[in-house]
Design a protein around this ligand. Structure first.
Ligand code: HEM
Length: 404
């Protein structure tokens, strides 16, 4: 691993660090989180370089929260640290101002607490089916067999798509989001899969325009913004965001939850004995294993924590660094499954805070409780070293075993 925390210059009052580690494709599990912890305790703002562009890394909760909340200065027109001028747009994630507010207003009812309440029986049914597929085997890979599959199936339900297409979606998801680590010709594989996803949704839009159904896409197609129908390419950009926001996030979180409980039998035993602790344990896993690492683009010269920030540069705002800030949380570096007050930022902050947080929490709750009712005791398969990829941080593969 590179010695990423070494300060190599200090001309601005902000440490300049070697940030090659943002591109580390594979590291032992927990490595990316530890690296942010070390930086946070060294300085509130660092600078680095990604994709040939200088950027800023903000490490402490108060500064991270404030930056997310100052949307008039820090724009969502670019959200990946190495890409200040992206050629693509995800909706609503990469919109600013009035048009963003209009999209949020039309999407909010889709994942309101009341809408999610109605979905609960379906979530339980679908997760039980996931368990049915593996329970007799006594072993599975949590990532491939459980965590990727479950949110995919739920996405199919919400979009009114045949459940049989879930396997194809899972393959596209792996090729697009994890191409770096899993395939040789990464770029070609990723672009090919992206083209296929766009083609799939394009066809679906045509079908739903001709024959609307009771599903999410038909609902969006029927909406107007500022009195005008939504352009087709914007509906497509929404479908693409849904693909990324709703699938890989739940999968990554589920995998960290399972990894924690497979390696901390004392926490698992307590949850089996006191199942009323599941909601606080799930919140604590969200806090401690917050894998989403968004960025914003500075639209004017400004400052963060006294460090000058130049217009046009990206500002990297890793949520886990906020969530493990000892200035905000007692025992910030420990998983406390019965933590009572837990104002974490795992779902972000400011105008782009996650729209799917109610659904995400219910998916996590259904999965964790049902699994532990049916397979309470399990462990990481012997001899396996669990590895984690960077970017949107996530565990690569988690083989576990249990007695049958
Ligand atoms: C554990 C699971 C999840 C986590 C940790 C998570 C986290 C996040 C975060 C941090 C953001 C803000 C990104 C930013 O500020 O740039 C976000 C945005 C978003 N999420 Fe989630 N998310 C999860 C699941 C979901 C699900 C299940 C859905 C919907 C089905 C969803 C829909 C969205 C949407 C639409 C946005 C964009 C909101 C906007 O731009 O205004 N998310 N999510």
């Amino acid at each position: 691993m590179p010695d990423s925390n070494q300060i190599i210059d200090n001309p601005t009052g902000c440490p300049i660090t070697d940030h090659t580690e943002l591109n580390v494709p594979m590291a032992p599990v927990g490595w990316h989180f530890d690296s942010f912890d070390a930086k946070r305790e060294m300085a509130p703002v660092h600078t680095g370089e990604a994709g040939g562009h200088q950027y800023y890394l903000v490490t402490r909760m108060a500064d991270i929260r404030k930056t997310y909340q100052t949307a008039e200065v820090f724009s969502n027109s670019a959200v990946s640290v190495g890409e200040p001028n992206p050629a693509y747009k995800w909706i609503p994630e990469m919109l600013d101002g009035h048009i963003h507010t209009a999209w949020r207003q039309l999407l909010t009812p889709l994942w309101s607490p009341a809408a999610v309440e109605k979905l609960k029986p379906k979530l339980r049914q679908r997760f039980n089916e996931v368990i049915d597929r593996v329970i007799a085997r006594g072993e599975c890979d949590i990532v491939a067999d459980v965590a990727l599959l479950f949110p995919n199936v739920i996405f199919m339900e919400l979009m009114g798509l045949p459940i049989d297409d879930a396997d194809q979606f899972q393959k596209w998801e792996v090729d697009i989001l994890h191409g770096d680590s899993r395939s040789g010709d990464n770029q070609a594989v990723r672009m090919g899969a992206m083209g296929e996803v766009v083609g799939y949704f394009d066809k679906l839009i045509t079908q739903r325009q001709a024959e609307p159904k009771d599903d999410m896409l038909s609902y969006v197609l029927a909406q107007r913004i500022d009195g005008e129908p939504i352009p087709r390419e914007d509906v497509l950009a929404f479908c693409l965001l849904m693909f990324m926001a709703g699938l890989d996030t739940v999968a990554a979180q589920l995998t960290y939850n399972f990894h924690h409980l497979a390696t901390h039998p004392e926490d698992r035993a307590r949850l089996l004995a006191e199942p009323q602790l599941w909601p606080s344990a799930i919140e604590e896993f969200l806090r401690f294993y917050a894998f989403v690492t968004p960025s914003r683009k500075a639209m004017q010269d400004t400052e963060i924590a006294g460090c000058p920030v130049k217009a046009g540069h990206m500002v990297h705002l890793p949520l886990v660094s906020a969530n493990r800030d000892p200035r905000e949380f007692a025992d910030a570096d420990k998983v406390v499954i019965d933590r009572e007050v837990n104002r974490h930022l795992a779902f972000g902050a400011g105008p782009h805070r996650c729209l799917g947080s109610h659904l995400a929490r219910e998916e996590l709750f259904a999965a964790m409780t049902l699994w532990h009712e049916r397979i309470p005791n399990y462990r990481v398969a012997p001899g396996v070293q669990v590895m984690e990829h960077g970017g949107q941080i996530g565990i690569e593969s988690l083989p576990i075993v249990w007695d049958v």
